[in-house]
Design a binder for this molecule. Structure first.
Ligand code: ADP
Ligand code: AMP
Length: 214
């Protein structure tokens, strides 16, 4: 099963993608996580990506597309995968479709997690990320047992630079301009499935499972 998660930054794509990956035993591929790992490791890709990410802008398509197309052809993707944060532009979607078509494959579902902008601001402002393992929490909606400390690895939690209020507004604007058109793109293909992302995490998950099948 090949799944794409659509939705504004902070809509809960990563939260749901992790749960879906665990349930269906498929890899969770987050381009944001890949870039953050590259930044942490000081790679050339990381250095290039950081300049865009810090400003709330999208990393150029040419730095993203080949990376994803290579990743989905790795052995662990044989039974499918869930893409989180990709595609984010129409050219990215076209590039994925083209690469999959050449393999005789196509995306099965584009799950669109719908959350209004007002809720997004609260979700991103309260999001905390672990500097060690990258796990994501929320100060109010998904708190850790011990404040500021990751439940999984014990490392410190931070507010991502791009979750600071000034950048959040910028990212929302970029989402509406460049990413939202993908909703129509996948609707036309007949694979778009909308989910109300304002429900609590478990309810959103159940709604997605209903779409994908048990
Ligand atoms: P995205 O991957 O779309 O950027 P995340 O999955 O990181 O979004 O979620 C953004 C923040 O909102 C996180 O702090 C997460 O814990 C929280 N969150 C995710 N889903 C929900 C939900 N259904 N209700 C409340 N908070 C949520
Ligand atoms: P995310 O973790 O998905 O919120 O992504 C964090 C940041 O990484 C985004 O704001 C972009 O700057 C960059 N990024 C992640 N995925 C993509 C993509 N598919 N295309 C362009 N930029 C991306």
């Amino acid at each position: 099963m090949k799944i794409i998660m659509l939705g504004a930054p902070g809509a809960g794509k990563g939260t749901q993608a992790k749960k879906i990956a665990a349930k269906y035993q498929i890899p969770h591929i987050s381009t944001g996580d890949i870039f953050r790992a590259n930044i942490k490791n000081g790679t050339e890709l990381g250095k290039k990506a950081k300049t865009y990410m810090d400003q709330g802008l999208l990393v150029p398509d040419e730095l993203v597309c080949d990376l994803v197309v290579d990743r989905v052809q790795q052995a662990d993707c044989e039974k499918g995968y869930i893409l989180d944060g990709f595609p984010r532009t129409i050219p990215q979607a076209e590039s994925l479709d083209k690469a999959l078509a050449a393999l005789g494959e196509s995306v099965d579902y584009a799950v669109n997690v719908e959350v209004p902008d007002e809720n997004i601001v609260k979700r991103m402002g309260g999001r905390r990320a672990c500097v060690g393992c990258g796990a994501t929490y929320h100060m109010e909606f998904a708190p850790t047992k011990k404040e500021g400390i990751c439940d999984t690895c014990g490392a410190e939690l931070i507010l991502r630079d791009d979750d600071k209020p000034e950048t959040v507004q910028k990212r929302l604007g970029v989402y509406h301009d460049q990413t939202q058109p993908l909703i129509e793109y996948y609707h036309k293909k007949g694979i778009l499935r909308d989910v109300d992302g304002t429900m609590d995490m478990e309810e959103v998950f159940q709604a997605i499972v209903k779409i994908l099948g048990a």
